[in-house]
Design a protein around this ligand. Structure first.
Ligand SMILES: Nc1ncnc2c1ncn2[C@@H]1O[C@H](COP(=O)(O)OP(=O)(O)O)[C@@H](O)[C@H]1O
Ligand SMILES: CC(=O)OP(=O)(O)O
Ligand SMILES: [Mg+2]
Length: 403
């Protein structure tokens, strides 16, 4: 590595998308960012924005078969801006890895053993770890000389108290199969809880925050003084809130029932609960924008799906208020949390007894900045705090390779 290398490329590979950012870590400037969506479909879409020398956003539509092809397209786009992966200024590539199990509690330089462990965890993150692995392998092939760093979604949650991390099942069985609650979106929960403290002008070590990360995948966390006390996702990213295509919490007996009575296999049940449930299963759409549009037109199925989504959210806000005892702020983040004012309004409605309220005028403001949406009199602050998993991953990656 040359001493002046100060750029980090971050790859956030999801089940059907790749988000990426190229940053200069001397001052944290973003040089380029983009998103490849609907990978594996005929209508894949790439949107790439160079942020240097006045470059404009470029968009392409057309089939991108898999994550390897997606990453190669990203490399071509970056090269077209003079920001190619062959640049000597690149110090490292940082990868979001969703499941790190018990082994990975800190950012880790990837070698064959680390990659094998991420692979071993595929059964507990079937939608995510395979995409992360392809991202790592493709990046390694393009720049075998560079450090590749894994930043784990699970890492922030490893400090959860044992009473929150354990399921109430036979201890020997649980331990033999490493069955416990790991939690996900940890990079986002860590970043957003810190940003929320900053918004309140408080020391993160003395601030209690309920973070609601509402994207396609969604999770809540209870963070006390920077430490995760509980989170809604469990062994896998299926538990907890209602999500775009995932059921969140259900009676586990539903699965035996589907097997015994409906004759479904374990794999079929897995697909049902992970890919055909949640908002999609309830009303046929998983995009909150489309659901709100249908509700405006009087669609009752969309309304019921929305109500179920909100009911679950409210239950977690109540539960985490009890877990924390004292709450300084509830922070909404990710695609839905940052953009869907009706979700924020409905989730907080009726929670005055918990010290929570939303100001309709503030809630309607559109902005990319962290902001309060609660009225002056609200005992607990309600905030919209945009997440930036890529920045957080870049910082952790750069810190590790310079350590
Ligand atoms: N303006 C908006 N109003 C409502 N929902 C939105 C809006 N913009 C984006 N979303 C929601 O955000 C989701 C994507 O969020 P994101 O955090 O990018 O998720 P993920 O990282 O899981 O792909 C979309 O599925 C969509 O439902
Ligand atoms: C862990 C998880 O659910 O991630 P995403 O929201 O990116 O699907
Ligand atoms: Mg996400």
């Amino acid at each position: 590595m040359t001493s002046h290398a100060s750029r980090v490329l971050v790859l956030n590979s999801g089940s059907s998308s790749v988000k990426y950012q190229l940053l200069d870590m001397t001052d944290g400037t973003r040089l380029a960012l983009g998103l490849v969506e609907r990978i594996g479909e005929e209508t894949s879409r790439l949107s790439h924005t160079p942020l240097v020398s006045g470059g404009a956003k470029r968009e392409h539509e057309g089939p991108i078969a898999d994550h390897e092809a997606a990453l190669k397209t990203v490399a071509t786009e970056l090269a077209a801006d003079g920001l190619g992966l062959d640049s000597p200024e690149l110090a490292a590539i940082g990868h979001r890895v969703v499941h790190g199990g018990l082994k990975f509690t800190v950012p880790t330089v990837i070698d064959d053993a680390v990659l094998a462990e991420i692979e071993r965890l595929v059964p507990v993150a079937p939608l995510h770890n395979p995409a992360n692995i392809t991202g790592i392998r493709t990046a390694q092939a393009l720049r075998p000389d560079l450090p590749q760093v894994a930043v784990f979604d699970t890492a922030f949650h490893t400090t959860m108290p044992e009473y929150a991390a354990r399921y109430a099942i036979d201890v020997a069985t649980a331990d033999a199969h490493r069955i416990r609650r790991y939690g996900f979106h940890g990079t986002s929960h860590a970043y957003v809880s810190r940003q929320t403290a900053a918004l309140l002008g408080k020391d993160p070590a003395e601030t209690n925050v309920i973070v609601l990360h509402l994207g396609n995948g969604a999770s809540a966390s209870a963070v006390a003084g920077g430490r995760c006390m509980d989170t809604s996702m469990g062994l896998t990213p299926l538990e907890g809130l209602v999500m775009g295509t995932r059921s969140g919490d259900i009676d586990p007996a539903v699965t035996f029932h589907l097997k015994r009575v409906a004759g479904m296999s374990a794999d079929e049940i897995d697909v049902l609960l992970n890919k055909k449930s949640g908002l999609l299963g309830l009303c046929g759409d998983n995009d909150m924008r489309e659901i709100r549009r249908r509700i405006e037109e009087g669609d009752e199925r969309a309304q019921l799906a929305f109500d179920i989504y909100i009911h679950r959210l409210k239950k977690y806000i109540g539960a985490y208020t009890a877990v924390l005892g004292h709450v300084d702020a509830v922070a909404f983040t990710a695609g839905v949390g940052e953009n869907a004012a009706p979700v924020r309004e409905a989730a907080i409605a009726g929670l005055e007894e918990l010290g929570l309220a939303v100001d309709a005028g503030l809630n309607a403001v559109r902005s990319d900045a962290p902001r309060l949406i609660s009225p002056e009199y609200s005992r607990v602050a309600v905030a919209v705090v945009p997440t930036d998993e890529e920045l957080e991953i870049a910082q952790q990656t750069y810190a590790l390779v310079n350590a």
